[in-house]
Write a protein that binds this ligand. Structure first.
Ligand code: SF4
Ligand code: SF4
Length: 343
């Protein structure tokens, strides 16, 4: 019962606004400013409670939730009333707790309506070289727990060039860290890309199907080909193995629960682990989303939990488990309800 309540609260937190810090509160860890994911572009931090963790934007000036210090403990309030009795602040390695997660290039030639990364201020583009990332990871390993390295990127230039960049970075990381799980989230267009990433030393791959509905995909990702993503996913299972290939579906773009379920059944039957992400609308993506799919009802916590439970059943029925993954959003778990980890 308590556990169900915490899952519901996590869903509420992941969908809700930021956290206001008490005046003068000194943050115990370095604050993250990410270039990908729902909190991209804003200062954010990771909070944990009851075995769950969430990444939230933080500010001294505003927030839907208030961080308060009571009896030597940190708690969260919402609208002035208790929301969570005890929360802890967790250290972030890079972007994610216990993970060195790098965005190779936030720029992208494509125009996915929900995507914030290419619209961010150029100043946030950290322009890291492969050597920088190796060095930063090595330093982090010496200072804190690091379970894996993950890489994402927009497509700047060509798909071939972007995959080459991934390959170069993965090769250097693999050479330096022979046993480290390495996850990649590229856009690939041919089988050779998938093979090259595996040969370089990647252990997990995430290729995003983005929506369970082909019609919605066409509207929100007008430059991309969903059939090709599916073909690449199926091939990736041959190369990376069952349970090492994941694919994100965004919900809240006009799809039905039935479509989410049907696509999950299809992906799981092929050995692919679907991940679900509620659509987050913000000033950077609002107008592109309105043009693509019109006004949609905001995702609500009940649907988040309902879909996560459905996904857990589908995974279990096909012998899949998110605990086989060590990288990217499944391992991080800060923005979604992850089956087998949160519930
Ligand atoms: S391919 Fe689409 S989702 Fe990926 S970075 Fe580019 S615009 Fe964003
Ligand atoms: S769940 Fe994914 S997008 Fe969210 S903070 Fe973690 S790695 Fe980033």
């Amino acid at each position: 019962m308590e556990e169900d309540l915490n899952v519901r609260k996590k869903a509420e937190l992941t969908l809700g606004g930021g956290i206001r810090l008490p005046e003068g509160f000194v943050f115990p860890y370095r604050v993250s400013v990410s270039t990908a994911g729902p909190g991209a572009g804003s200062a954010s931090a990771v909070f944990s409670f009851g075995g769950h963790r969430v990444k939230k934007s933080i500010s001294y000036d505003e927030g839907e939730f208030d961080l308060v210090e009571e009896n030597g403990k940190l708690a969260l309030k919402k609208d002035g009333t208790a929301f969570l009795d005890e929360v802890r602040i967790e250290p972030i390695v890079f972007h994610s707790p216990e993970q060195a997660f790098f965005n190779l290039d936030q720029r992208c030639r494509y125009r996915c309506a929900f995507c914030v990364s290419p619209k961010l201020d150029k100043d946030l583009d950290k322009g890291l070289t492969d050597e920088d990332m190796v060095m930063m990871t090595k330093k982090a390993i010496g200072e804190q727990k690091v379970v894996s390295v993950s890489l994402t990127s927009g497509v700047f230039g060509s798909v071939d060039r972007t995959v080459e960049r991934f390959v170069s970075c993965v090769s250097k990381l693999r050479k330096e860290f022979p046993d480290m799980p390495i996850g990649v989230e590229p856009y690939v267009s041919k089988k050779e890309h998938v093979k090259a990433l595996k040969d370089a030393g990647a252990t997990e791959i995430k290729l995003n199907i983005q929506s369970p509905s082909k019609a919605i995909f066409k509207k929100v990702c007008p430059d991309l080909d969903q059939d090709n993503v599916i073909e690449m996913l199926i091939y990736s299972v041959e190369v990376f193995g069952k349970g090492k290939v994941t694919s994100n579906m965004i919900f809240g773009m006009g799809e039905t629960d039935e479509e989410m379920e049907d696509m999950s059944e299809f992906l799981c039957s092929k050995g692919i682990i679907p991940t679900f992400r509620a659509l987050r609308v913000n000033p950077s993506n609002r107008s592109a989303l309105l043009s693509a799919i019109g006004e949609q009802p905001p995702a609500d916590p009940d649907r988040v939990v309902r879909l996560a439970k459905m996904l857990k059943e589908k995974l279990a029925a096909h012998g899949l488990d998110t605990r086989s993954c060590r990288t990217m959003c499944i391992e991080c778990g800060c923005c979604d309800i992850v089956p087998f980890r949160d519930l």
